[in-house]
Design a protein around this ligand. Structure first.
Ligand SMILES: [Zn+2]
Length: 251
């Protein structure tokens, strides 16, 4: 395989064969899957103090875990960020919203793993015409979390002895679900070959901190290429590495 071309949002090394002291075949092990990082969050889900129990069922009030989506997201006064094709709402890390024309283009692209969902205006209860949620259908265990800090949903858990940012804890409420999540990785490592899987999927290992929990969204190279070719803004892509544990810088 020849040299890879450096592109704007992601620059793959061409001649490095060691990552953190371990030899890896960069040209084959890097680049089939990408963790997708939103470039910004705009607006808030409605109602701000109750959207979680409206959108998902069941939910855990303590760790942030949630079950399937059962209702559309609601927003107030539409979406901002007119130049972004992809938008995330504040507080919601595992749902994407796209312009209506972007949803249409994606649905006819041949890419797989998602479908458009209506978003409602919280006041009128009418669909928001300009945008759709891009609902991701598949969650698949695939991410190596063995080196990430675990956080169990129970009183006095692993984070009770860690320095935490102000505001990241809130009073306990309701039952503790006992589920384990891990601190979000800055480099995603995969133990499973995803080449024949849908173009978009969730890694089914929950990550987060405090009362926030979400799943990492992984995109195929085909998806990344398509988004880049369209010139759509709002997402950044970080290569996931096969056969390596996920890492979190600074931990
Ligand atoms: Zn919980």
């Amino acid at each position: 395989m020849g040299r890879r071309t450096c592109v704007r949002v992601l620059c793959l090394p061409t001649n490095v064969d060691h990552v953190r002291g371990r030899k890896v075949q960069l040209l084959t092990d890097i680049g089939d899957r990408f963790a997708v990082i939103p470039r910004g969050h705009h607006g808030y889900p409605q109602p701000e103090d109750g959207y979680r129990s409206l959108v998902w069922r069941p939910i855990c009030p303590n760790c942030g875990w949630h079950g399937e989506q059962v209702s559309p997201f609601e927003v107030r006064r539409g979406f901002g960020a007119a130049h972004s094709a992809f938008i995330q709402l504040n507080w919601v890390f595992d749902a994407w919203f796209v312009k209506a024309e972007v949803a249409d283009a994606l649905m006819t692209s041949g890419l797989t793993g998602f479908r458009p969902e209506t978003v409602l205006d919280s006041k009128s209860r009418m669909p928001v015409e300009s945008h759709r949620q891009l609902h991701i259908d598949v969650a698949m265990p695939c991410m190596d979390v063995s080196r990430l800090q675990a956080v169990t949903c129970r009183p006095n858990n692993e984070e009770s002895t860690l320095p935490m940012p102000a505001g990241s804890r809130k009073p306990d409420q309701g039952d503790w679900c006992g589920r384990v999540k891990h601190h979000p990785p800055t480099t995603v490592g995969l133990y499973r070959d995803l080449r024949n899987e849908p173009d978009l999927l969730f890694a089914d290992e929950w990550v987060g901190s405090g009362f926030n929990a979400f799943r990492v969204i992984l995109a195929s190279r085909r998806f990344v290429d398509f988004v880049r070719k369209q010139g759509w803004r709002g997402l950044a892509f970080r290569p996931a590495i096969s056969g390596m544990p996920s890492e979190r810088a600074g931990e």
